[in-house]
Design a protein around this ligand. Sequence first.
Ligand code: SF4
Length: 467
Amino acid sequence: MTQPAFAARVDRALADPDLKRAIERTTGTARSKRAAAVAAWPDFAAARELGRDIKDHVTANLDHYLLTFERNATAAGAIVHWARTAQEACDIVVGICKAAGAASVTRAKSMLGEEIGLPHALADAGIERVETDLAEHIIQLAGDPPSHIVWPALHKTREQVAALFRAHHHDPGALATVAAMVASARRELRRRFMAADVGISGANFLIADTGAVCTVTNEGNAELTTTPPRVHIVTAGIEKLVPSTAHAMSLLRLLVRSATGAEVTQYTTFHCGPRRPGDADGPTAFHIVLVDNGRSRMLAEGLAEMLRCLRCGACLNHCVVFRQIGGHAYGGTYPGPMGAVLTPVLDGLAGTQDLPHACTLNGQCQEVCPVAIPLPTLLRGWRERSWREGLEPGVVRGSLFAWRFLVLRPALYRPATALALRVMRLFARRGWIARMPLAGGWTRHRDLPSPARQTFMAQLRQRRPSA
Ligand code: SF4
C-alpha cells in the first residue's frame, strides 16, 4: 500500500524505457569500475574500517572539531556562519550575495545546496544562478532536479542532451559526439565564469586543524567557480569535518573509488581563506556557512551512523530498486537507499514513510558502502517507527494483525495457508499468475510463479514424518 504521489512517480518511471536505458548505462559502468578498483586495492577492507572509525570519531567529538575548525578558518581570514535550518542557511547566502551587490552567481555542484533549497532562494531574491558542473548545467537547462547524487543528469540520454544544447546554447555547433557537446557547454559557460560576482561551492571535507575546505571535482568547474568572483561562499554540512588533511586523504581514496572507480579525482582543491597580498587571483571575501539542518537531531535519534556518508553514490548504483525507478521517483533531494534514510529526517516521516519500504533489504548497499553504513538496519528502524506512529494504512495494519492472530495459532494457520495456496493456484496459467483479485499491486508489473501444491510444513511432514 503506497501513497498515491509516490505510486504515481514510480508508475511514470517504470513506463519510461529511455529512463531505464539511461540508468543502466551509467550505473552499470559505475558498478564494474568500482568492482575493478576495489579488486585492485588489497587493503580495501582495512581502509574501509579506518574510514568508518574516522567518521565515528568526529561524530563523537563534533563539538570539539566544529570549534577547532571555526577558530582555524577564522584565523586564515574566512568568515564562518552557523545555520540551524535550511531557511537560515539560505538567508545567510542570499544576504551575502545582496551585500556584494551580486546580479549573477556561479555554483559548483553541491547536494547540500539542493537540500537547503538554495536554487529557489536565489531565484526568489532575483539573483541569476549559473550551474557550472556539466550535469548540473544540463538539468538546469531542462528544469529538472538532480536524479543521482554523483551524476545528477543520469536520467538524460545523450540524444536528449544534444537536443537541449541545440535549443539553449548560443553556438552549439554540430553536437554529433559527446566531445562536441562538452565543447559547446565549455563555450557557453566560459563567459559566465568570468562575469559572476559570487561563486558558491560545497565542501567534501572541512579540515579542522587548518581551517581549510577541500573540494573534489573532475571537470575543474569548482576552481573556475571559486577563483574569479570577488566573493566565494562555501555551504557545508557539519558532518563534513575531519581532524586533519591526512584523514581527508584516507576518506578521499575511499570516496573516489566508490563513486567513479578512479584512483583519484582530476581536481582536489584546498581553499584556505581569501586572497592574500601577492596572490595572483582568488576572492577578496571568503565565507563558510556551516549547516546543521537535522544533523544533530540524527545524533539524538539513533541515526548517527548516517553521518558517515561521503555522498559517493555507490549504494544507489547497486540498489535494485533505484535501478528500476531512478532518482526522481523518490521525491526528495537524496534518492536510493541513503535517500530513503535521509528524506524522513529532512522532510518528516509522515508523507515519506513509503521510502523505507521501497527496499528489498538485500544488503547490497551496506556491502558496497565505503564507510560501512548499516543502511538496511536504519531502514528497518524507520519502518518500525512508522508502525509505532500509526502511519501505515489501515488495511496494512489490519492485515498484519490478522496474520499475527493466525501465526500464533498453528492449528488455524496451517489450514489457512493451505487454502490460500489452493486459491492462488486457481489463477495460475501454465505455471504463472498474471492477475489475481485483491492483489493487483503484486501482478501489475510482473507475473508471479504459481505456488507449490503443498505448504512447506506439509511437504516436510511428508518427507520426514518424524519431524
Ligand atoms: S550511504 Fe555509503 S554508499 Fe551510499 S552514498 Fe553514502 S557513503 Fe556512499
